[in-house]
Structures are given as structure tokens and as C-alpha cells.
Design a protein around this ligand. Sequence first.
Ligand code: C5P
Length: 224
Amino acid sequence: MKSAPVIAIDGPAGSGKSTVARKLAQRLSLRYLDSGAMYRAATWKVLRDGVDLNDEAALAAVVENMRVELLESAAGVVVLADGIDISKAIREPELTARVKYLARMPAVRKGVGAWQRKFGENGGIVAEGRDMTTVIFQDADVKFYLDASVETRARRRFDELQGCGQDVDLDELQREISERDRSDCERETAPLRRAHDAVYVDTTGLTIEDVVNILIAAVEARTG
Ligand code: C5P
């Protein structure tokens, strides 16, 4: 395998891409870029500062003036915004529901995209999100699109959140995931779509290990 490949993975919420990308990165000794965590971090700061969610210039200015770091730890990715650990806060449902206001603004995507390109400038990464294969790392060495049925994705989120002690309702989660699919796929700027050269993997009914093994085989076949 090339020493510093860029592997890009896109897919909808709950397709398993975060867990799979993190494990793939570990197995291949690459760094893991959780691009959604960057959008979440920007949203955290915007909400904390009480910035108007419809004011594109003000939102872009927040992104321009903040520093986000993703650090690896045994427990997962630690997200720091200007040195403050916001790893837990960015997973709160109230914040999750507001990320779309930033994600649809071109000026915000430009700023967050610059953080992401900087993270990957020397290669050696597994990047995961909604536009990693189509916009940010268009020249990635290997691209994947992970998918699963809405029911499966809602059930995974349910198990994940319950595991963290959060009180959640399965039907409500399914509605929330369908709504996120709609806003991620229908927005004008960098909508979620499958790149023509991405390997499509339907993860419904597969375990995380199965998916990681499928991806590793595909990476080896493509990078030698
Ligand atoms: O992947 P995650 O669920 O953490 O992403 C949160 C939200 O951030 C997504 O629903 C999407 O609106 C946005 N996002 C994006 N582009 C990315 C990653 C995430 O627009 N590359």
C-alpha cells in the first residue's frame, strides 16, 4: 500500500461510516478525519456565541476565527475548539439538529473545507463525511460510499445513544435520520451523493468487522 494514501468515505447518517472509518484507520495506521465533527464544532461555537443561524457572513467569520483540533484517544476522537474539549457537547441532539444551518452555507463550507484539506495535506488519512469523495478529496486513492436502510441506521443510532445512557425513542430517531437525509441530499451546496468512482457497500445486515474487512480488501486491491 502507498505509504500516505487518502481514503475517502461518504454516506448518510447511521451508515456506520464513523466506526468503520476509525477502525480502518487503526488497522492501516492512518489518521482518522471525522469531518462531521468539524461541522459540529463550528455549530457548537456559533450556538455558544448566539450567532444568527441565517447570517452567512457571521457564521463564516466564526469559522475563520476558531481553531479546531481532532486528537486520537483510546476512547475515540477528542474534539477541541480553541483548546476546550467539546467531544460530548457536539453529540447532543439539540446541536445535531442545527448543524444543517451551517452545512448549507457555501462560505461556511469553504472555511470548514480548508480545515479538512489542511488535516489531509500530507496524506495518510481515512476521511469520512458527506462530501469527502465528491468535493474535498476528489483525488483520493480509494473512495467508498457506505449505505444501509433507514430502519437499520435508526436502530444503530438507538443502540449507540442508549449505550451512552441517553434516553431515546426509536421512531423519533428514524424521523430525525430521514429528515437529515433529506437536508443532506437536497441542499444546493455539496449535497450528499455517490461519486461515480466510489465503491458502494450496503452495510445492512453486516457487522462492523465485516465492513472493515471488505474495505481493507478493496484498498489492497486498488493501492497494491
Ligand atoms: O457525520 P455527522 O453525523 O457527525 O455529521 C453531522 C452533520 O454535518 C451532517 O448531517 C451534515 O449536515 C454535516 N456534514 C456535512 N459534510 C460533511 C460532514 C458532515 O455537511 N463532510
